[in-house]
Design a protein around this ligand. Structure first.
Ligand SMILES: Cc1ncc(COP(=O)(O)O)c(C=O)c1O
Length: 398
């Protein structure tokens, strides 16, 4: 009898007791709106912003309703207008081109490499096509950020970092989100901290920060922020910046603060799981492990491998055989988008673009969540199952 995995790929851990206590406290006093504070009280949302700014070494931080909202706000705050073109990754998920479409701009897709990062050659070739790059650190893979920033600085491109999958990650010790003009993070349930929905926005630029705070719906209450620029920065923008409400509330902020304090511990736990799976998959014939560069500090909350140049039906068979043994894999190859997984040619509001190099790689990307509810033994078992099924299908095909 072949072994079967019985765990859930979508079950997150319970929130820490400190988060539950903090949530109860907010519910008991009832001041959930971020600007609803008692005399002299520092609200949970303002404190969260202050703490996250310190954690990543940013001057300014804004907590918002979602990661996607943070990204759209970043695009607006750096001045992207209707009809502008914005460079972005061909390999990413729907909220990324969606944020560009939400401001009426047009995504221009940049190829993906076999390391699952943005193709810097293709980026350099397309650098004259847009003034902004929405850089998605998709599935936590960081490209050579020094080279990327060089290309963008030389071309006068403003970089916004989508760090939905890289909260806690770093490139050469610089926290993800701190090389571009803006870093955007998601606090949605499947990310590295969990408030159901939520986002964080960081920048060192006073004007971008002031615009973002006005955009998020601060009315004229920006002086209640603890990680905001001085009042003069708002004088320049407060009459010309629309209110597009997307604030965070004190309940979510309250449950995020203790989780952010635990982030490094959680990263170590994710990486221990990731490394067990990676070791179990290494040297499987037909399967390519995605190597992580030395400069990258990653967060192994998901794992990807490549079945490069496999026939689609063989790949589908691997997915089906693993599913039958309880292992939920996602594939970037099917022509129709499935659940959370879609491809650049599924986003038909964007102009049709042909990226044959990316098509080859996307057709081979297999992706799996690694929730912290899995034990190290679970991870070893999952790797055995994948290895067994990939080997069986590969041998039958060769
Ligand atoms: C790559 C990527 N960027 C951005 C987001 C947006 O995050 P949110 O769901 O908080 O809007 C997600 C969410 O799934 C994502 O996967």
């Amino acid at each position: 009898m072949s072994e079967k995995f019985t765990g859930s790929f979508t079950q997150q851990e319970a929130l820490p007791e400190a988060a539950i206590e903090a949530a109860l406290n907010v519910m008991r006093h009832g001041r959930l709106h971020r600007y609803n504070v008692a005399e002299g009280e520092l609200g949970e949302t303002a404190l969260l912003e202050q703490e996250f700014a310190a954690q990543v070494g940013a001057k300014y931080c804004l907590a918002v309703a979602s990661g996607g909202y943070a990204m759209a706000t970043a695009l607006r705050a750096v001045g992207v207008k209707h009809g502008d073109r914005v460079l972005t990754n061909a390999f990413t998920l729907a909220p990324v081109p969606g944020s560009i479409a939400s401001v009426g701009a047009e995504p221009v897709f940049v190829d993906v490499t076999e390391n699952l990062t943005i193709d810097l050659e293709d980026l350099a070739a397309k650098a004259d096509q847009a003034k902004v790059l929405m850089l998605s650190h998709m599935r936590g893979h960081l490209c050579d950020m020094d080279r990327l920033m060089q290309i963008c600085d030389d071309a006068g491109i403003i970089v916004i970092e989508d760090c939905a999958h890289t909260m806690g990650a770093a490139w050469n010790g610089v926290p993800s989100g701190r090389q571009g003009a803006v870093g955007c993070y998601s606090c949605q349930t499947y990310k590295h901290v969990n408030s159901g929905e939520g986002g964080l926005f960081v920048t060192d630029d006073a004007e971008i920060a002031a615009r973002a705070i006005m955009l998020s719906g601060s009315y004229m209450l920006f002086e209640r922020h603890l990680a905001a620029p001085p009042a003069e920065a708002f004088e320049r923008v407060k009459f010309e910046t629309p209110n597009i409400s997307g604030r965070m509330d004190n309940l979510r902020a309250a449950i995020l603060r203790p989780q952010l304090r635990d982030l490094q511990t959680q990263v170590a736990r994710w990486n221990a799981r990731y490394q067990v799976i990676e070791a179990g998959l290494r040297d499987t014939p037909g399967l390519t492990v995605v190597e992580r560069p030395e400069a990258e500090t990653y967060v192994g909350s998901s794992i990807q491998f490549l079945l490069l140049d496999w026939a689609a039906d063989a790949l589908q068979e691997v997915i089906a055989r693993c599913a039958a043994r309880g292992v939920e894999l996602k594939w970037f190859g099917p022509p129709e988008p499935v659940a959370f997984t879609s491809r650049y040619d599924s986003w038909r509001y964007a102009k049709a673009q042909s990226l044959p190099k990316s098509d080859r790689i996307l057709a081979g990307i297999v992706d799996m969540r690694v929730p912290l509810t899995f034990s190290l033994e679970d991870c070893a078992q999952i790797a055995r199952i994948i290895r067994g099924e990939v080997s069986a299908v590969f041998q039958a095909a060769s």
